[in-house]
Design a binder for this molecule. Structure first.
Ligand SMILES: [Zn+2]
Length: 85
């Protein structure tokens, strides 16, 4: 009994890992495609938006390209005031 449940657990773990591996592969493929699109983009239209920063999921206000979602710059204080109002 103990051995059987151990084997089942192991199979589940392997399945989960394969799924994770597949997802990670897809993720890196998507990220690469995204980077290519963003590098080619001329960022023709930009909007001030709240973006999530990597560290601690903090949000910050940045100019973001409408076309490719790239962060293209920091808004000036005056632009920020307009955005907040
Ligand atoms: Zn763009």
């Amino acid at each position: 009994m103990v051995e059987v449940s151990y084997v089942n657990e192991l199979l589940e773990t392997m399945a989960a890992n394969r799924k994770v591996e597949k997802l990670l592969n897809q993720k890196s493929k998507i990220e690469r495609e995204l980077r290519e699109v963003q590098e080619k983009c001329n960022h023709p239209r930009q909007t001030i938006k709240q973006v999530t920063l990597d560290v601690g999921c903090q949000t910050s206000t940045r100019w973001v390209c409408d076309e490719c979602a790239s962060v293209v710059g920091y808004p000036s204080e005056e632009e920020l005031k307009k955005y907040l109002n």
